[in-house]
Design a protein around this ligand. Structure first.
Ligand SMILES: [Zn+2]
Ligand SMILES: [Zn+2]
Length: 412
């Protein structure tokens, strides 16, 4: 890595990233903050390759951090030649836990049994080892909100709140640590994302102002966290879909699935059913709420698939197999006996049923709000909150990039 800057007498202005995923968080560090990411570590091969493709000078460790840790230490030692890194990013895939799950782990440890635990929640431990070893000026963890309540089995096999583990291990090294939930919409991000952001710093000018303490979680974002720039109490509104993506060319999941001028502004085609259900779904609503009959205008119930006049309502539905009983019932094929007591007949009929789904699926977003939380299945209308507010389609790749703030073209 060329042109590394030394800060003070022993700190290299660069970052090391563990649990990097596809390197999307690191994009903000290297390209947003102009802070070179010297190393990245990721378990999965395809994601690690993506990092290598996008970060030509970053050394990528691919594999399990528990196994790689010693190799990582020696590699990073060579890179830093006795200096500290300025920043370490460690955002292990913590699943977050209800107090229920925490209680089970505690009870198992007490009884001398190995608890039934989510191993991913313990990945923080090798991460803290690396912070201890290299003592960066800053470290940052980004994680699910519920991490705040997560109990893990710590390095000495005792149950401990994960934030207490971080505090206990880093306080003796002189770190001030603060952990708060940030609503990213308040920072001008045009989609809903709330994450627990934990920041540690060992610089005397910071620890003087924000003294180290054992209790690190704060309901109100701390002095170390960024100040809200958007939303109530600020001079800026939240960034809405209209502002973020309202200017993009029209697309349609049947008749125009790509924009010739932008290869990333494209959407998957919908099948005829999906198109029909969604084309009559208003902004902000789900196709499961299409209760009004086009034939007689009667407003039916959410549980109805057919109007009382007999017309099929435009709701997400699928054919399922039934057997007809002599009593008049149609019985699901998996049931061996009818409620009247008659045993299953060989005859099979197909009947349309509502798709079993969450009412957040087949749902359109709202133009005058930020998008809902972006998730992996952004191209799938049957997933949560994926419909464009007014056009018949899901969001395009270009739009997802803009809403993720990966797109340089976004003017906020
Ligand atoms: Zn009707
Ligand atoms: Zn029957």
């Amino acid at each position: 890595m060329s042109n590394l800057n030394l800060l003070g007498k022993d700190t290299i202005f660069a970052a090391h990233s563990f649990f990097s995923g596809g390197g999307f968080g690191d994009l903000g560090i290297e390209h947003g903050c102009r802070l070179p990411v010297l190393t990245a570590c990721e378990l999965l091969e395809d994601r690690a390759k993506l990092i290598s493709n996008n970060f030509g000078e970053t050394h990528v460790f691919q594999g399990d951090i528990w196994e790689l840790k010693d190799h990582m230490v020696s590699t990073i030692e060579k890179m830093l030649s006795g200096n500290r890194p300025w920043l370490m990013l460690l955002s292990p895939p913590c699943q977050g836990m209800s107090s229920n799950g925490a209680g089970r782990i505690q009870a198992a440890i007490r009884d001398g049994k190995r608890p039934n635990e989510d191993e991913r929640n313990r990945l923080i431990l090798p991460g803290i080892d690396l912070v201890e070893r290299f003592q960066p000026d800053w470290f940052i963890l980004e994680n699910v909100k519920r991490m705040e309540n997560t109990i893990i089995r710590n390095e000495i096999n005792e149950p401990e709140n994960i934030l207490d583990t971080i505090a206990r291990r880093t306080l003796p090294l002189g770190y001030t640590v603060r952990s708060s939930i940030l609503d990213f919409r308040k920072l001008g991000v045009p989609h809903n994302r709330e994450r627990l952001i934990t920041i540690g710093c060992r610089l005397p000018e910071i620890t003087k102002v924000v003294p180290p303490q054992k209790e690190i979680f704060f309901k109100v974002p701390s002095y170390l966290h960024p100040v809200a720039s958007h939303g109530p109490g600020t001079n800026n509104e939240f960034i809405t879909l209209r502002k973020a993506i309202g200017h993009l060319p029209l697309l349609d999941a049947k008749s125009k699935i790509r924009d010739d001028a932008d290869p990333l502004h494209r959407v998957p085609k919908w099948n005829e059913n999906q198109y029909n259900w969604m084309s009559v779904t208003p902004e902000g609503k789900s196709a499961f709420e299409n209760n009004k009959c086009a034939h007689c205008s009667y407003i039916n119930n959410n549980s109805d698939l057919y109007c009382r006049c007999g017309e099929l309502l435009p709701k997400p539905s699928t054919e399922r197999e039934y057997w007809p009983c002599d009593c008049g019932e149609v019985v699901p094929i998996s049931e061996l006996v009818c409620s009247c007591g008659t045993a299953k007949k060989d005859k099979v009929i197909n009947k349309l049923d509502l798709i079993r789904g969450f009412k957040t699926s087949y749902r359109r977003l709202r133009m005058d709000r930020p998008a809902s939380t972006l998730t992996m299945n952004s191209g799938v209308i049957s997933s949560d909150m994926k419909g464009h507010p007014v056009q018949n389609r899901v969001l395009s790749l270009r739009e997802i990039l803009i809403l993720s703030t990966f797109d340089q073209g976004l003017n906020s």
